[in-house]
Write a protein that binds this ligand. Structure first.
Ligand code: TRP
Ligand code: SF4
Length: 533
């Protein structure tokens, strides 16, 4: 079936205001918002997290926090700061229904304490009852980052060992590499039929120099993200850094394009967008009590009399006049997007109560939207479709480098690798920059700047673990001038050493567990790595 919906107004992106020019700096386009560049393969910097909310439609995590059962400390402390559509996942966890969590790691270097955030997020969701998946993005590392298969094998092993050491349960969850997961590859191929090069240009800044394998790694990531729903649709969360958000928006779009039906609300036989529907709803609500039958022309009269003229109002009035005497009645509408004839017929049979069949859609008068969504998905799955729910995401803050600036895998002093010798970890913390004042005297007088301090971040993101009281104590002592950086760093450095010692012991114990899992870490693939274009 060929459909041209690349600029699709009725895709899942209803809630995703997309402006491709600001999505990425793409290396060569002037983004016009260079303090918020979301580039999955570039150096993403986020100096102002609020912009992510305004420009990209990410919502603040605080808004959903009290819907989450036993929130993880990274959620409680605002390290996980944002989300896209997390509510269905929170609800499933609360109610003990099916949910899934998945994230992926490019094996480009050692796993470090920034990756630990994501490991912890996956493990927490697993412990709260979600099906858990973690994958090694080896195709992406090879094609987009230029790593050889030998390097990839070695790093892949290290990521997996750390994930297991931190508590991932492999009996109950799934670990895979992109390159050996046949189902993921098949799904990627399918999804690729509904993704276009022009979108890749807009979203990622791809151009004529971009390698085909790099593009393939993108559809592979789309497939990763939807993989947990292959057996059956379920709320799925993808914990990532905000640099991955362009992938999330594309995945949500592509998932919607695969659907057989799209469910919307309507008031009459004509189509109306969300803003127009608000007007129709207002007119209907105002008239329904007084009139036995509210007709389109009545609603047009009402809008003309009661609402200030603007473009939306005028369009609605025009549509209502054209419909004339047709009754105005709220209904849910099933639009045929990709349904087979059998699926369309089956849906008509399955709709309860009063219904009307049109060429390309079905109107149901006795169902609410949620029930309609569920029914559409059920019929789709029964007739060979995927029925994907739009995948959700949560976003964590990037850690500040120990030397100030960005934490970067390529600058050893800026980060602490999970494989660092515990003594080196100790030393790195001891020589980290702080948010302290020039002199002890000033520090006592003014207090330290914990909010600007990479050492405080270590406490909040890692060293305090679940102990909120301890994290708060460090913060308050610091800003209150009772804590001086020397002692504070000493304490942090010791905790870091202990953490690394323990973590590495557990890694050693997990070697055997990993060997027993069916993951090929000695691949016999050959080839020349991509140059990153
Ligand atoms: N692109 C991700 C990165 O750069 C890795 C990745 C591949 C991924 N597939 C994924 C992340 C699926 C989340 C979900 O690190
Ligand atoms: Fe940072 Fe500790 Fe110094 Fe405060 S006292 S600025 S938290 S190192």
């Amino acid at each position: 079936m060929t459909r041209d919906d690349s600029g699709d107004a009725d895709s899942a992106s209803d809630d995703d205001p997309r402006d491709p020019t600001t999505v990425t700096d793409g290396g060569n386009t002037a983004a016009g918002a260079d303090d918020v560049a979301l580039d999955p393969w570039g150096s993403s910097t986020v100096s102002d997290y609020r912009k992510l909310f305004e420009e990209f439609g990410i919502e603040t995590f605080d808004d959903v926090l009290d819907e989450v059962p036993n929130p993880h400390y990274l959620m409680r402390r605002g390290v996980i700061f944002g989300h896209r559509d997390y509510r269905p996942v929170a609800r499933a966890l609360r109610e003990g229904e099916d949910a899934a969590v998945l994230s992926g790691f490019m094996p480009t270097g050692d796993p470090h304490i920034g990756h630990k955030l994501v490991f912890d997020e996956i493990i927490w969701h697993q412990q709260e009852g979600a099906d858990a998946y973690a994958l090694i993005a080896d195709l992406e590392a090879h094609s987009a980052r230029g790593l050889s298969w030998d390097e990839i094998d070695e790093h892949a092993r290290d990521y997996l060992l750390s994930l297991l050491a931190l508590g991932f349960d492999p009996e109950d969850g799934e670990l895979y590499r992109q390159s050996t997961n046949r189902e993921v590859q098949d799904l990627a191929f399918e999804l690729g039929s509904n993704a276009r090069f022009a979108e890749f240009e807009g979203i990622y800044g791809f151009d004529g120099e971009t390698s085909v394998s790099h593009m393939q790694s993108v559809v592979t990531q789309m497939a990763d993200i939807l993989y947990p729903q292959l057996e059956e649709p379920k709320p799925t969360v993808i914990p990532v850094g905000p640099d991955q958000d362009p992938h999330m928006r594309l995945a949500r779009d592509v998932a919607a394009r695969m659907r057989y039906f799209k469910v919307t609300e309507a008031y009459a036989s004509f189509e109306a967008d969300a803003a127009e529907r608000d007007h129709l709803a207002a007119a209907y609500a105002a008239l329904e009590d007084d009139l036995d039958t509210v007709r389109c022309e009545d609603a047009a009269d009402w809008l003309e009399a009661e609402m200030a003229p603007d473009a939306v109002r005028d369009t609605v009035i025009e549509k209502l006049r054209a419909a004339g005497k047709e009754p105005l009645r709220p209904r849910v509408r099933f639009l045929d997007r990709n349904a087979t004839d059998e699926a369309f017929d089956a849906l008509i049979d399955a709709v309860p109560g009063e219904k009307r069949r049109y060429d390309e859609h079905i109107d149901a008068f006795d169902m609410d939207r949620e029930a309609a969504e569920e029914l559409a998905r059920e019929v789709e799955v029964d007739h060979g479709g995927y029925g994907f729910l739009p995948p959700s995401s949560i976003y964590h803050r990037f850690m500040t480098g120990l030397t100030g600036g960005k934490m970067s895998s390529s600058v050893p002093a800026s980060h602490i690798s999970l494989l660092d010798d515990p003594e080196d970890g100790y030393d790195k913390v001891k020589s980290a920059t702080t948010g302290g004042r020039e002199t002890a005297e000033k520090q006592r007088e003014l207090g330290g700047e914990a909010d600007e301090c990479p050492v405080y971040e270590l406490y909040a993101y890692l060293l305090s673990g679940d102990d909120d009281e301890f994290a708060t104590e460090v913060y308050e002592e610091c800003v209150g001038g009772e804590r001086l950086c020397g002692g504070c760093k000493e304490q942090a450095a010791e905790l870091m050493r202990e953490f690394l010692e323990e973590h590495q012991e557990k890694r050693d114990e997990m070697a055997e567990v990993l060997d027993d899992l069916d993951i090929d870490l000695d691949s016999d693939r050959r080839g020349v790595p991509g140059s990153g274009h």
